[in-house]
Design a protein around this ligand. Sequence first.
Ligand code: ADP
Ligand code: MG
Length: 372
Amino acid sequence: MNEFDFIDSLRQRANSRKHSARVLTGIGDDASIIAQSADRDLIVTTDLLVEGVDFHRGATPARLLGHKALAVSLSDIAAMGARPFWSFLSIGMPRAEWTTNFKDDFFEGYFALADRFGVTLSGGDVSETKQGIVIDSIVLGEVKSGAAVKRSDARPGDQIYVTGNLGGAAAGLKLIENGARVKQESGVRSQESERGSSPTVREGVITETLAQASGLTDEPQSRSDEDSIQSLLLCQLQPSPRVGWGIVLGEEALATAMIDISDGLSSDLNHLCRESNAGALIDSSSIPLDDDVKRLCGRRALDALALALHGGEDFELLFTVAPENVSRLPKRVDGVAISHIGEITDAARTIRIRERDRIWDLQAQGFSHFKD
Ligand code: ADP
Ligand code: MG
């Protein structure tokens, strides 16, 4: 039984004993939808981050961990087309960590992102652990009644879009696993620094040894190789939740269905299609690849498209739009563009990908806990 089978069983158990009719959507979407008043619904999401599994302590500066803890939950709120307002953060850490700067740096990163989106930390809990850091991040948001965008309302003929670029976070993880480290004092990507358009990594110094160890690049002879590596590390360590896009797509009633890409495009498109009882046909040439991934992968036999399809944690939004609304879509929100990657079909649960003149079945190969 993998993570998703277990969640399915929990969902059945919870639905069979539902004590509140105000839970409009419980288990099964990016966040729950709870009727709050006559005109507002509350949107609630929770995410667990465990040291050694969801992050590698040695490769993750505390400030970036604080950022990411909030970012992953903001991303789920965005995926519901909602506006975030309140957050709760519980953290457990070993005594050895308690006596360092870790907690101050963690909350510096956390509050910086919360301030950017006007989110108020409203509670939490602190505990000591015997081993490793554990973080539980909760964010609450709001929508007008009935306006939340679920995973389940995509219809055949709807057009499929994705925000930003894909593959960067997975490439960053590979770099980390091979010994690359973010330069401590870089680490703050400007608000919407999109890779390629505005490189913001300051003085990206990574030693030749580390970059070579990464296996993603030949000897880093130029500054720009180092910049690319630093930028990819930040895709993994400091993702930008697409809060602005989420709000626009929800409040303008543009998206019929939406999910954030946390497990990987192939898996998350699969979740969306499954919930919508539909299928999808996407075009490989229109999948937006991160520029740095393309550049570094080009040197080795690494497949940038595979990273974009199956690599998780890009925290971009994947959404569908009814044909009659496509012309209403903004080109950019907060400087972030979107790409049209395909169409919803009536072939339930069948996801196919066109690669030049051939069409393949696309298996969900993204991340899952307790996978065989
Ligand atoms: P996401 O990647 O969008 O954060 P997850 O894959 O973590 O979503 O979870 C999918 C769904 O399963 C969500 O609706 C979540 O609330 C639900 N879920 C996950 N774990 C549990 C659990 N332990 N108890 C109840 N619901 C859960
Ligand atoms: Mg999600």
